[in-house]
Design a protein around this ligand. Structure first.
Ligand SMILES: C[S@@+](CC[C@H](N)C(=O)[O-])C[C@H]1O[C@@H](n2cnc3c(N)ncnc32)[C@H](O)[C@@H]1O
Length: 271
């Protein structure tokens, strides 16, 4: 393709779908952060549950949930992400996973598939949803009373990010998560997505009264964000240390909010 031609993508994440697993899923940091989320997924849903996943990406969590004996409908707005997920589902023979190209803004179209025992959205997908209040309302209609919802978003203040970008003299990036109006996240040439970084209190308010915040923890407190991968792999002992510290302190009030991601557990209320 000529340098002046910018590809046009139907969904922003189409641009990075082919490389997503290499860059994030299989990175040391990606694996360390995902293990922390999986610990909570395992506890949240008993075998046999029917779970809805939004922004499933390449289907890693959907296959993990299927391995735990759950039935999953996993959706993503990116056709290319779903294409990679289909390959993964085929290769892992995860018959319990059904994949759909569907935006979080259109989940009401799944009303004939419910009610679900729970829902999941991992690693920043909800940061991209257009209207979290509308999402909460729509989601509540698809779930059973007392259903559990686990949402993992990029947090409002990542200690690593501030230190990393300040040390690289990139002031704007260091504090981008604090911008109330959100940020245009550039994924690749011609592919950008509007992202918001709400805090825990704001999320609890947005999801009420349909949902009650039960608990939350940090994901990636000492373990850094994935863009630090090539630097951190020079210090494998530090990464192991960071991983252990995260296990110890990810629920610690006062510091958990400094994590790369925040993982919130909600319960559907009877409203
Ligand atoms: C950072 S990736 C996370 C993927 C996956 N959850 C994981 O854990 O690896 C964010 C995903 O959210 C999807 N996404 C973004 N906005 C969305 C929307 N409005 N509705 C559904 N999916 C969306 C993207 O296509 C992308 O696959």
């Amino acid at each position: 393709m000529a340098a002046s031609q910018t590809p046009i993508y139907a969904a922003p994440f189409d641009a990075i779908a082919a490389d997503y697993d290499k860059v994030f899923t299989y990175s040391n940091i990606g694996q360390a952060q995902r293990l922390s989320v999986w610990r909570e997924l395992k506890k949240a849903f008993p075998t046999g549950s029917r779970v809805l996943e939004l922004g499933c990406g390449t289907g890693v969590d959907a296959c993990f949930l299927a391995e735990q004996g759950l039935n999953v409908i996993a959706c993503d707005s990116s056709k290319e992400m779903i294409r990679v997920a289909e390959r993964r589902v085929r290769d892992s023979a995860a018959e319990k996973v059904k994949l759909r190209v569907l935006t979080a803004e259109n989940i009401s179209t799944l009303s004939d598939q419910g009610p679900f025992d729970g829902a999941v959205s991992n690693f920043g997908a909800p940061n991209c949803f257009e209207d979290l209040k509308q999402f909460a309302v729509d989601l509540s209609t698809l779930l059973k009373p007392k259903a559990t919802v686990l949402l993992c978003l990029m947090g409002p203040f990542c200690m690593w990010e501030v230190v990393w970008y300040l040390s690289h003299r990139q002031l704007q990036k260091a504090f981008r998560r604090q911008r109330r109006a959100g940020v245009n996240g550039r994924l690749a040439p011609g592919a950008a997505i509007r992202m918001h970084y709400p805090g825990v209190l704001s999320l609890a308010r947005t999801f009420a009264p349909e949902f009650r915040l039960v608990s939350w923890k940090g994901v990636g407190l000492f373990v850094p964000p994935s863009y630090v991968e090539s630097w951190i792999t020079r210090f494998p002992k530090f990464l192991q240390f960071a991983f252990r510290m995260d296990r110890l302190l990810d629920g610690c009030p006062g510091i958990r909010v400094l994590s790369d991601h925040i993982l919130l557990k909600f319960q559907r209320e009877d409203v």
